[in-house]
Design a protein around this ligand. Structure first.
Ligand code: PEP
Ligand code: MG
Length: 580
């Protein structure tokens, strides 16, 4: 038995046999060949290289339409003297099947990248695997993920990281858990797992190397723990926990169906955050009263960065019509920073620089991409339940520019007589401290605010949200954060515009009471938490806790706020699902 500690990104417990994704995709058996067979074998391999090059060029050509030259690195790999040339020479010399030699070479190269200190290079391993996988698939004549379709027993997948294309090909019900070597809350694995409600743990360095296919693996997506070859005591313990969780889920789903009313009869709206259209299937069951944040980044990534206005329109319209008449807030592209570090699809995005050309800045810098998204949203908003939101607004001119682009998009649609909603409601994320300070001006320029605490904490406390070394400073209860939130709510209420919160703090049971006391009535959270928050809200008497607001705001440290929160939670018997 061996215990691994990672980051739990999708709750639940799964126990199954290990399926090593990348190894299986790339594992080839050794064969000794005759000279003649070897010649044929190498010819077939060269043909597969040609086919792979063609495939990549095709995708690259499509991307060029968007002014981006992507896959250039992938194409270079196909001409690489080590990656390809050496393998061909070796196969000729040893009369060994070339696919076997290639898979060994690929694995070695991937491991070199994975072991590099630099996060960017580490994650390049996924790119290398993608090219290798394409090449082997072309060689074998197999479809992507064909191997997965033949699974007949419950398996947990171990991979370096799940590629974005994985979701569209996933068909089997036998995949019950994910454990990956890299990743964060916003990585592909996390997004796919939450969308499919499959338990997942990420950030398990070295796990793909150390665990053998077919052995048992236990995944605990709540505590972020993975247990290789669990003993019978552990299995018994987790069995109990699993049935308790199932019971709890049933109870919460029953609560989730009803509207959320506080004890003093205030209606609180609990909406959901989604990243993938497939998530809409579960939203009604989870009791969500709309979509408060649809992060569109994954849509772009899952199509290798290339998605036309029409394709976007169809996706947005589908989500809007399935949620109708419940509101759906679509956020424009928020790429960069910690989001999708290792994809070259958008060459200009500053991948690791959270203060760089990302989110709205990137969109304003790439007007073609932005314009196609604006038009697609305007068209989808024809059903009237759609709103649009800009991320990372940091100053007035930035919002002005974005609104000018929106006007231009409307003009273009009008000229082409394409129907759209000219009164589309437009809001902004409040997630940069400067936006809080300028909230009175910004409120006059838009229809609503949504507080993005994930970034607001990062930018106001100067703590990179994915840097583990300074994670102790990333404290939602820091009184500075509470004051910024309070100022934002006050500004919105004063200006008479709507305000909600879609950052993780909206589902933090230690502060929901405080947010209610500040006047917040709209929350957008992870779909599975909607029911828990409805239950929580029904225990709160807003009038009763309002007097604690000033106490909280006058605290000097997070610890003091925490003590106060503990008292309130205990006295009001509020349910808790998150450690402090
Ligand atoms: C936030 O920053 O709080 C937010 C909701 O946006 P994201 O997590 O996508 O940056
Ligand atoms: Mg954000």
């Amino acid at each position: 038995m061996k215990i691994y500690k990672g980051i739990g990104v999708s709750p639940g417990i799964a126990i199954g046999n290990i399926y090593l994704l990348e190894v299986d995709m790339l594992r080839m058996r050794y064969k000794k060949l005759t000279k003649e067979e070897s010649r044929e074998n190498i010819e077939l391999f060269k043909e597969a290289i040609r086919k792979t090059r063609e495939d990549l060029l095709k995708i690259r050509q499509q991307m060029m339409d968007y002014g981006n030259d992507i896959f250039i690195g992938h194409l270079r790999l196909l001409d690489d003297p080590v990656f390809i040339g050496e393998v061909i020479k070796k196969a000729q010399h040893e009369n060994t099947n070339i696919e076997y030699l290639f898979s060994i070479q690929l694995k070695e190269q991937v491991n070199i990248f994975k072991k590099m200190d630099n996060q960017y290079f580490k994650e390049r391993a996924t790119d290398l695997q993608d090219v290798g996988r394409r090449l082997i698939q072309n060689f074998m004549g197999a479809d992507e993920y064909t191997f997965l379709e033949n699974i007949k027993e419950d398996v947990v997948i171990i991979a370096h990281e799940l590629p974005p294309s994985f979701i569209s090909k996933l068909q089997t019900r036998h995949i019950i858990g994910f454990a990956t070597e890299v990743g964060s809350w916003t990585s592909h694995t996390a997004i796919i797992a939450r969308a499919l409600t499959i338990p997942a743990v990420v950030g398990l360095e070295g796990i793909a190397e150390e665990c053998s296919p077919g052995d048992r693996l236990l995944i605990d997506g709540v505590d972020g723990v993975v247990i290789y070859d669990p003993d019978s005591e552990t299995l018994k313990d987790y069995d109990k926990r699993r049935s308790a969780q199932k019971q709890q889920e049933k109870r919460i789903i029953a609560i989730a169906r009803k509207p959320a009313l506080t004890r003093d009869r205030e209606k609180i709206n609990i909406l959901a955050n989604i990243e993938i259209p497939q998530e809409v299937n579960e939203l009604v069951r989870f009791g969500a009263e709309g979509i408060g944040l649809y992060r569109t980044e994954f849509l772009f990534m899952s199509r290798n960065g290339k998605i036309s206005e029409d394709e976007q329109y169809l996706v947005y319209r589908e989500i809007a019509s399935r949620m109708y008449p419940k509101p759906v807030t679509i956020r424009t592209l928020d790429l960069g920073g910690d989001k999708f570090l290792h994809y070259d699809d958008f060459a200009e995005v500053e991948k690791e620089d959270v203060l760089g050309l990302r989110a709205i800045r990137f969109c304003l810098h790439e007007p073609q991409i932005f314009m196609s998204q604006l038009k697609a949203i305007l068209r989808a908003a024809y059903s009237l339940n759609v709103k649009m939101m800009f991320p990372l607004i940091s100053e007035v001119n930035e919002l002005k520019q974005a609104l000018e682009m929106l006007n231009e998009a409307k003009n273009q649609l009008m000229t082409n007589q394409i129907p759209f909603n000219s009164n589309l409601k437009v809001g902004i994320m409040i997630e940069v401290p400067s936006a809080v300070m300028l909230a009175d001006h910004l409120a006059r320029m838009c229809d609503f605010f949504s507080i993005g605490t994930n970034d607001l904490i990062q930018y106001s406390l100067a703590v990179n949200r994915v840097n583990k070394k300074v994670a102790y400073l990333y404290d939602p209860l820091n009184p500075a954060i509470l004051k910024l939130i309070y100022l934002s709510i006050q500004a919105a209420l004063k200006a008479g515009i709507e305000i909600s919160m879609c950052g993780e703090m909206a589902s933090d049971p230690w502060v929901i009471w405080l947010l209610l006391a500040m006047g917040l009535r709209d929350f957008s959270v992870s779909p599975k938490l909607v029911g828990s928050i409805k239950e929580y809200v029904s225990q709160v008497d807003i009038k009763g806790i309002e007097r604690n607001l000033q106490k909280a705001l006058s605290c000097a440290t997070g610890t003091e706020v925490r003590e106060l929160a503990e008292e309130i939670v205990l006295n009001n018997k509020l349910p808790i699902w998150q450690k402090k």
